[in-house]
Design a protein around this ligand. Structure first.
Ligand code: MTE
Length: 311
């Protein structure tokens, strides 16, 4: 008689494919450490070092943008308004001892060391399209952790309808802030459902390396179905709010930049069409996809709203 072991009699490594088993062990171990370490006010160490990560957790067929292009053609007004300024002016930007202030509608407000927020979660590589509102686009291999995993640890309460994000405001270290280009600090926001969506990433690196300063070191948002300006860089503040938070581009030009700012080829910018885009590194323009090609994953978030009004 052949005795077939029941599933619960098998050690986990025998029923789970090896890489997934290992990944999960690491996750459980990291989670336990994380629960202890996530104490507000913990001493901050250097910015996130990328030792290992889960390769290709989300991929695309699109060709990757050259790393050189993605790290030298940037929008980061804190370091200047020309595309070459961020790389040139951010080289000495020091991100050691980075902390993030968490507040608003949650049970665990406080000031947290960056690594205490990130370390409990396995870092994933995710290849996403990035579509700027200016009608250019790139394909970038980000490294990061799901925003949802980080936010849940703060235990948001039922009043938390939105999440507001804030960039560092320090004109000494961010020379672009010496001019009133926008009302500093740069602010962004998401609905709680958008923030908790599995595609929303907190980026800590790209192209297998720690996040370059010009791309938003040490930590930035990556929301692939929205125009690039929603993906706020160098975050120092996260707040759970009941009311829709103010966002920088909407404050400047409410008729041009809405709160949602989902990539939408059907809604033109008042000054240019959004139907097509220039993929950096390509000669011919290509069609812009609804929700930047992520409609299957995110369209249901907007079932009840008119995207022409809530652009
Ligand atoms: N975040 C801050 N703090 N300041 C900025 O000027 N620019 C936004 C977004 N995040 C910006 C920012 C815009 S307009 C875009 S398109 C993306 O960052 C560009 O990201 P990248 O330079 O890494 O490609």
């Amino acid at each position: 008689m052949i005795r077939i072991k029941r599933r619960w009699e098998l050690p986990a490594r025998e029923v789970t494919p090896e890489p997934i088993y290992r990944q999960r062990r690491k996750f459980i171990r990291a989670g336990a450490i994380g629960a202890l370490a996530m104490t507000p006010g913990a001493k901050a160490l250097a910015s996130i070092q990328i030792d290992e990560y889960r390769k290709g957790a989300i991929t695309l067929d699109d060709k990757l943008t050259d790393e050189e292009d993605a790290t030298s053609y940037n929008n980061f007004y804190e370091f200047g308004t020309d595309k070459e300024d961020p790389k040139r002016n951010s080289q000495r930007f020091d991100t050691d001892d980075w902390t993030i202030q968490v507040g608003g509608e949650c049970a665990r407000p406080g000031t947290y060391a960056l690594e205490d927020l990130v370390k409990p979660h396995p870092i994933e590589e995710r290849i996403y399209r990035l579509r700027c509102v200016e009608a250019w686009s790139m394909v970038i291999p980000w490294l990061g952790v799901p925003l949802a995993s980080v936010l849940k640890a703060f235990e948001p309460n039922a009043n938390a309808k939105y999440v507001a994000f804030r960039t560092l405001h320090d004109p000494e270290r961010m020379p672009g802030q010496r001019r009133a280009v926008i009302t500093w600090p740069y602010r962004e926001g998401l609905t709680i459902a958008e923030a908790m969506h599995p595609l929303t990433l907190l980026g800590v690196g790209m192209y297998g390396k720690t996040m370059p300063n010009q791309n938003g070191a040490p930590i930035r948002l990556v929301v692939p179905w929205k125009y690039g300006f929603k993906s706020i860089k160098s975050i120092v503040g996260i707040e759970f709010t009941e009311q829709q938070p103010q966002t920088s581009w909407n404050m400047m030009q409410p008729g041009e930049y809405g709160f949602y700012s989902n990539v939408n080829p059907e809604v033109d910018h008042p000054r240019w069409s959004q139907k097509r885009e220039r993929r950096i590194g390509e000669f011919f323009k290509r069609e812009t996809l609804m929700f930047n090609g992520y409609g299957e994953e995110v369209a249901e978030l907007y079932d009840d709203i008119d995207l022409r009004v809530n652009f």
